[in-house]
Design a protein. Sequence first.
Length: 141
Amino acid sequence: MQSNDARIIRGAAIPTAVAGALAVVAGAVTAGADGAVGAGLGVLVAAAFFGFGLLTLSYVGKRWPDLFFGAAFVIYTTQMGLLLLLLLMLRDASFLHGRAFAVGVVVGTAAWLGGQARMHMTLKTPYVEPRSSAAARGGSS
């Protein structure tokens, strides 16, 4: 993993953790312990899905840069499919409040994507490797 990727993950995980703590408190106030568990689990699911996707995309980009866009599409589509499957599986779960879980997923997703977008905009990532000065002058290196 490149240092830029670690900074992007950290820049997305911190706001997600703060938003998750607020969601857990809001879930506890509105729906009791089941609401707190649901909101916490929802934020955790969102952070895990997007964090794993970013790590996977970083690996693909380093190893097979030509497949980056296709891999991003496949990873995102797979994440959304797995999230739908998880939501359907937990639809009737008695140990969590379903609406609080859904709000936790939405809050976690929004916080993660907002933090990730902010880090991408503020991070100075070179996308072109400059030539060496000897090669630029026409000399041999």
